[in-house]
Ligand binder design. Structure first.
Ligand code: AMP
Length: 539
């Protein structure tokens, strides 16, 4: 067989060639934009030509700090197609993490949404490698800013070459993109995506038993384009020529419901918090959601009530999936097998509430100290994954790569079971991180800060279930002998050093914190104790 490279370039070229009339509908601070793939293709080429003028070469990293909109989509293709690396940056990260990852990736140019400029103005003096900033707003003029040099995206597009040719020689294993993910300790870790990995992931994502994406779909990725390439939806949708709806900044449940209704969205993807919000909105408003054939939900466990809420009340198919930044991200997806569709509702829901079956192309196993676990849905172990869209290292990070990538497998840190049908269920995680509304909070960083207080003897931070955010941090604190501190004192102490959404929801004072035989906090026991504490309090 021919060994032609699988590249991201071929995705946008296919959309330009065969679907020039199909549309990308994009919501920005400036309103709704409707562009055809012909226009998106030309603008993408113009952006590549502008970046070339800035001296961007094969292998250089170009960062984006942006919401989901057409300009971000253009960057998704313009950067990898010229051989450079699309570095999508999570705009919700604390400042010190942003500084670290921009410096660590050695981004040469940053593309920034207008509302995110102030954040970069605050940290720009600490950015070591950035040579130019581009503001992705509506105007041809640049706003007054401390960033220098600062260019207008639209001006660059207008001046750029819309028939620029992608002549760079690409090997399918060349890097196309990268994304950083939070770590239990220390700074975020970088994951690099190859052209081949993204292409194969897009194929697997689009299969009928997976997301079943097709040309006839109107795809709306709600998951941010800075979270693992919006789960690969923009790549797949462009390749197939699907209509795309990109919901832009501050996409409230009302905005999402209106976009679905107006543009007849058929498939959408996001974290449970988003869908809990939409479900509430549907309960209060009167919307026509009849176009929706699939809501994909991942990033955190989807509560069964959420699945039931959409399906029984609104007749909208709701699909639970699992993945990670390291896995591009799709690994498993929960669907009923053909012989399970007649099972009683409760049993069907039980299957669909699990994270599901591994998608074609990947291999998984679950291991504990006794080897591979029994496929009985009870035996627990760590989930290991391998396959052509699974990372094999963290970027420039030998130590942490060696911890997670061993013997040809990615060790996920997720604790799981597998039932006899092969369905995986995530039951716990070993990483000391709390996932709130799809974003990570490091319990270790909060604990270190707390234990830096001279009145605090010991502190452990654990997650508690939350109806909206899935998990929220709660601090368990043992005070030094003879010291008196209130919850308010402790919160006031933490406040200056953390972004607001990282702050614990509660502080519980304790006499001691349960520990393992080697003196480590026994987080699982503590979590149970805390949950009991709240249920006693409620009663
Ligand atoms: P991220 O790299 O930020 O995408 O986070 C990946 C992690 O999120 C996984 O290792 C899991 O701990 C968690 N996760 C993702 N999807 C699910 C899911 N459907 N259910 C439970 N946990 C999930």
């Amino acid at each position: 067989m021919m060994n032609t490279p699988l590249t991201v370039t071929s995705m946008i070229e296919r959309a330009e060639k065969y679907f020039p009339k199909k549309e990308v509908i994009s919501r920005t601070l400036g309103g709704i934009h409707r562009l055809t793939y012909k226009e998106v293709g030309e603008r993408t080429r113009a952006l590549s030509s502008a970046l070339e003028k800035f001296g961007i070469e094969k292998g250089d990293r170009v960062g984006t700090l942006a919401w989901n909109h057409h300009r971000h989509l253009e960057a998704y293709f313009a950067i990898p197609s010229m051989g450079a690396v699309l570095h999508t940056i999570n705009i919700r990260l604390p400042e010190e993490h942003l500084i670290h990852i921009i410096n660590h990736a050695e981004d040469k140019v940053l593309l920034i949404d207008p509302d995110i400029l102030p954040m970069i103005e605050k940290i720009h003096q600490e950015l070591e490698t950035v040579e130019a900033f581009i503001v992705m707003g509506e105007d041809y003029f640049v706003p007054k800013s401390e960033l220098d040099p600062l260019y207008s995206y639209e001006h660059l597009i207008a001046e750029g070459n819309s028939s620029y040719e992608y002549t760079v020689e690409l090997d399918e294993n060349d890097p196309a993109g990268m994304c950083y993910t939070s770590a239990t300790t220390g700074k975020p870790k970088g994951v690099v995506y190859s052209h081949r990995g993204i292409t194969l992931h897009s194929m697997a994502f689009s299969m009928v038993d997976t997301a079943g994406l097709s040309e006839s779909d109107v795809a709306m990725p709600v998951v941010p384009m800075f979270h693992v390439n919006a789960w690969g939806m923009p790549f797949g949708a462009t390749w197939l020529g699907s209509t795309q709806v990109l919901p832009g900044p501050m996409a409230t449940p009302k905005v999402l419901a209106e976009l679905i209704e107006t543009y007849k969205v058929t498939a959408t993807a996001g974290v449970p918090t988003i869908w809990l919000g939409l479900l509430n909105e549907l309960d209060t408003g009167n919307y026509d959601m009849s176009s929706l054939r699939a809501i994909l939900c991942g990033g955190s466990a989807a509560p069964k009530a959420l699945i039931q809420g959409f399906e029984s009340k609104h007749g909208i198919p709701f699909i639970h999936a699992y993945g990670m930044t390291e896995t591009t991200p799709l690994v498993t997806l929960a669907r009923l097998k053909s012989y399970q569709t007649d099972l009683p509702e409760e049993e069907r829901l039980k299957i669909r509430g699990k994270q599901g079956l591994v998608v074609p192309g990947l291999d998984v196993k679950i291991v504990n100290e006794n080897g591979e676990v029994n496929r009985d849905g009870e035996d627990m172990g760590e989930l290991l994954i391998r396959g052509p869209w699974i990372a094999d290292e963290y970027y420039k990070d030998e130590e942490r790569s060696a911890e997670s990538f061993r013997d040809g497998w990615l060790h996920t840190g997720d604790v799981a079971t597998m039932d006899e049908e092969g369905n995986i269920e995530i039951v716990d995680r070993t990483k000391d991180l709390i996932k709130s509304g799809g974003e990570w909070i490091s319990s270790v960083e909060l604990e270190n800060a707390l234990m830096g207080h001279e009145g605090i003897f010991e502190a452990a931070v654990v997650s508690v279930p939350h109806p909206k955010w899935q998990e929220r941090p709660v601090a368990c604190v043992v005070l030094q002998d003879g010291i008196e501190l209130t919850k308010e004192d402790i919160m006031a102490y933490l406040e200056p050093n953390f972004v607001k959404w990282w702050l614990p929801d509660d502080v519980i004072f304790m006499d001691d914190i349960p520990k393992t035989s080697v003196g480590k906090f026994l987080k699982r026991a503590l979590r149970e104790q805390i949950r009991e504490h709240y249920s006693v309090e409620k009663n």
